[in-house]
Ligand binder design. Structure first.
Ligand code: HAM
Length: 426
């Protein structure tokens, strides 16, 4: 057959009419989940200043060094096609003064990204991501809840065999000491590292742990682990994240060498995998905490956490899957908690209500019941469910009718059914 003159650029793909429905389904599910959890959509431009990523993602990363599509405008601006979504969202968060509003602020996006990578199955040069970002929340429950939300999205998409890999990479207090130990180890193995990693040992040794070359993978296996070098604060933060994940019974694996390929992360990092079409492990998405990024890009010292999924990879898995139209939840209830035990119990309850398609909101990061009740009134909740220390011990919950002020106590296992019944009886 004669070769056609024009073909799409290497590593890009057309989204044909047949495939549009998959993109729509994924974006619809994301819109619903985002709305449920209070994320606002923020679309940033496809082009951004190159410096945003050099600074944000890190000058020594593969993205900044070799994967950006760069252009210089007639006016002399150095722009790039955005290689990822977090740095642009942080830029917009600062630029639109969102740091000065009440926190946390939750934002999400769904759009195309560009990386000059070697194309292969599931890897493109233009690909779509959907991402969730949470600003102004340093409580470890935010880490656990974000992982839970991503896991819930994969469950909604009926994607099976999902594994969650999780690690803590510490912070600027404890990472330098670990870096020294790691460099010492890597230097002792230098002759067996790939050419790129030989350079990385000097410039950015943690990147060696992210190298996909087989010989470097072997060296990685024996490498010292960050988790053994965490400072007290990072250790406690990570312990809490795992406790919350245990509480909601999410099946995670500790992955002591998971570092992720971008420099802005600290503390919790995670990735989601499933089995791809050829039986190979496929990374569906990943993310983590990036508490220093807002400040690095010119804003205040605001903690943040987020993650993103690769849409093509998701679609690859679900093509042919069974979708049912999702109905939007109608009624709103508010979940309030007191103390750590109460918080743990309510985290699991959110999922029960989501499954029952009953709309709930919460302020997990807040400790004061007064503030939480004010928030419940503000969102117009019909019922507020309160789990204090005593209730948590009894596995029970107080249901407060926000109109009459009447309160009843029921067992947590019965709470969803009871609320459903009350909402139906009205
Ligand atoms: P990332 O791990 O570079 O993280 O990308 C997230 C996901 O996007 C990957 O797990 C993969 O599914 C998909 N992806 C990445 N590159 C490609 C490609 N070349 N072709 C197809 N799919 C791809 C980030 O980008 C971070 N910004 C995530 C984040 C958000 N962290 C905090 N907030």
């Amino acid at each position: 057959m004669k070769k056609i003159k024009f073909q799409r650029a290497t590593g890009t793909h057309d989204i044909l009419p047949f495939d549009q429905k998959y993109f729509k389904k994924v974006s619809d599910i994301l819109d619903d989940v985002a709305e449920f959890y209070g994320f606002g959509k923020l679309d940033t431009p496809i082009i951004e200043e190159a410096e945003l990523f050099v600074k944000g993602v890190g000058a020594d990363t593969d993205i900044a060094q070799k994967e950006m599509y760069a252009l210089k405008t007639k006016g002399g601006d150095h722009l790039v096609l955005r290689p990822e979504g977090t740095a642009p969202i942080v830029r917009a968060y600062i630029e639109h003064g969102m740091m000065n509003r009440p926190q946390p602020i939750r934002l999400y996006y769904f759009g195309p990204f560009f990386r000059y990578e070697r194309p292969q199955a599931g890897r493109y040069r233009q690909f779509w991501q959907y991402g969730l970002e949470v600003f102004g929340e340093d409580n470890p429950i935010a880490d656990a809840q974000l992982i839970q939300i991503f896991y819930g999205i994969l469950a909604d998409l009926k994607i099976e065999n999902v594994s969650i890999e999780i690690n803590s990479i510490g912070d600027k207090e404890c990472r330098p000491a670990y870096r020294k130990v790691l460099v010492k180890y890597l230097k002792s193995k230098a002759s067996s590292l790939c050419v790129d990693c030989k350079k990385r040992v000097k410039e950015n040794p943690l990147r060696v742990l992210d190298c996909k070359q087989e010989k470097c993978q072997k060296i990685k296996e024996e490498a010292p682990q960050m988790i053994d070098h965490l400072c007290l604060q990072c250790h406690q933060h990570f312990k809490k994240v795992l406790e919350y994940l245990d509480e909601i019974e999410l099946p995670y694996h500790l992955s002591p060498h998971l570092v992720r390929g971008l420099d802005y992360y600290n503390r919790t990092v995670f990735e989601f995998f499933t089995t791809g079409p050829e039986g190979k492990s496929l990374a569906l998405g990943g993310g983590g905490r990036y508490d220093g990024l807002v400040k690095l890009i010119g804003g205040k010292d605001v903690p943040a956490i987020g993650g993103a999924f690769g849409v093509e990879r998701i679609i690859q898995i679900i093509k042919g899957g069974d979708f049912k139209e999702q109905k939007k939840p109608k009624e709103r209830i508010f979940l309030a908690q007191l103390g750590d035990m109460g918080r743990k119990k309510t985290l699991g309850m959110v999922e029960e209500f989501r499954k029952a398609k009953i709309s709930v909101s919460e302020s997990f990061g807040k400790d004061s019941l007064k503030i939480q009740m004010a928030r419940a009134a503000k969102v117009g909740a019909k019922y507020t469910l309160i789990v204090g220390q005593k209730e948590a011990l009894d596995e029970s919950v107080i249901i407060r009718d926000m109109d009459t002020g009447k309160q009843d106590t029921v067992k947590i296992v019965d709470a969803t059914a009871e609320v459903k019944k009350r909402l139906k009886d009205q």
